[in-house]
Write a protein that binds this ligand. Structure first.
Ligand SMILES: Cc1cc2nc3c(=O)[nH]c(=O)nc-3n(C[C@H](O)[C@H](O)[C@H](O)COP(=O)(O)OP(=O)(O)OC[C@H]3O[C@@H](n4cnc5c(N)ncnc54)[C@H](O)[C@@H]3O)c2cc1C
Ligand code: SF4
Length: 316
């Protein structure tokens, strides 16, 4: 069907992102191909292979994912928790994991009605030539605003991509690209068919989200932190930020600085400082951008403190 529809065909799952975008003429597919009737995309189960964890089909809704007994009580609970923080119950009942991981990037100059965008002569993401956020910039700075994507990158999940040419598997981090227009590396005909969650072997992960209304809004900052424990020491760690770039932004220095620590306050301060530096929110979402940057320190600190406190409680 996609081959027949060509570039003017678009996949849809829950439609909670695509349909509002179509109403605003940000996306204008002539053919919309629903994935929701494919039972294989709703399956959740063990992956093949020795070291494999859980495989989650991408048409699982966010409501199902956030409560799923094969995900919520496991090491992957951060995935379920991030899914539960998306928007409202109604949107989580319709919205899917796949749609969330492929979510269009967002910007105050783009997420507007057609007439509003026309009045400013559009912008380079759709129908125009200029970027209103950074007028001399050759690229678009629209923001990656998925809640679940930073968690997938942090825990090292793998994405299964399926097309008529076959199947390939990519690490979550390689699925995203830091460009507001071409923000995914997948080919247009590829379906994100499943996500492979890693097996639980001594790691823990967490997601904290900053937004204006706790009941509703997109993240203006998301912090996903992952730690592999070796007894009471951090053997490895990753810190990934959402809402501050056009892709989920991993800050390698923050993770490296935590290795060998016990997440003591000094180590957390170092990691929070390392995450603060590359976080460069642009003036194209909610809140003042300098305040959002300051909040990176606060949210990384809180996330790591919670991981430490969970470890301490587990030891008692
Ligand atoms: C008011 C409002 C608030 C929201 N708040 C949040 C929020 O706080 N956090 C957040 O993360 N999101 C939020 N969203 C966005 C959205 O609801 C969710 O991200 C949802 O999970 C999207 O899933 P969907 O199935 O509805 O996607 P769809 O709209 O069906 O698809 C989104 C995009 O992904 C593509 N796609 C979908 N599934 C696949 C697949 N399996 N393979 C390949 N391509 C695919 C579609 O072609 C489309 O381009 C909000 C939306 C609204 C309207
Ligand atoms: S960042 Fe610039 S080009 Fe991208 S959507 Fe916003 S105004 Fe348009």
């Amino acid at each position: 069907m996609k081959a027949d529809a060509g570039p003017e065909g678009s996949y849809v799952a829950g439609g909670t992102d695509l349909y509002p975008n179509m109403k605003r003429r940000q996306q204008e597919p002539r053919t919309v191909i629903s994935l929701m009737g494919i039972p294989e995309l709703k399956a959740v189960g063990r992956s093949d292979g020795q070291a494999a964890g859980m495989t989650v089909g991408t048409c699982v809704t966010l409501t199902q994912l956030s409560a799923h007994p094969a995900v919520r009580p496991t090491a992957c609970h951060a995935v379920a928790e991030a899914a539960e923080l998306v928007s409202t119950p109604l949107l989580r009942n319709m919205g899917t994991l796949g749609g969330n991981l492929c979510l269009d990037t967002r910007c105050n100059y783009y997420d507007q009605s057609y007439e509003w965008r026309k009045a400013i002569d559009f912008c380079m993401k759709k129908d125009g030539a200029i970027c209103w956020v950074a007028p001399s910039s050759p690229r678009c700075w629209a923001v990656s605003s998925s809640d679940v994507a930073p968690v997938m990158v942090a825990i090292g999940a793998e994405y299964v991509l399926t097309s008529a040419a076959g199947e390939r598997v990519v690490p979550a981090a390689r699925f995203y690209y830091n460009d507001g227009i071409n923000y995914l590396t997948k080919q247009p005909d590829e379906i994100l068919s499943a996500v492979r969650l890693p097996v639980a072997d001594g790691w823990d992960a967490i997601y904290h989200k900053l937004r204006r209304r706790g009941s509703f809004d997109f993240p203006v900052l998301g912090v996903a932190a992952w730690v592999r424990w070796d007894d009471d020491q951090v053997a490895d760690a990753r810190v990934v930020l959402g809402g501050v770039a056009s892709h989920p932004l991993e800050v390698p220095e923050a993770g490296t600085g935590l290795r060998g620590s016990q997440l003591e306050p000094e180590a957390i301060v170092r990691a929070a400082e390392a995450a603060f530096r590359p976080a460069k929110p642009m003036d194209n979402t909610d809140f003042d951008l300098s305040w959002r940057k300051q909040m990176t320190r606060v949210y990384v600190t809180r996330a790591l403190e919670e991981l430490r406190s969970r470890k301490t409680t587990a030891h008692r």
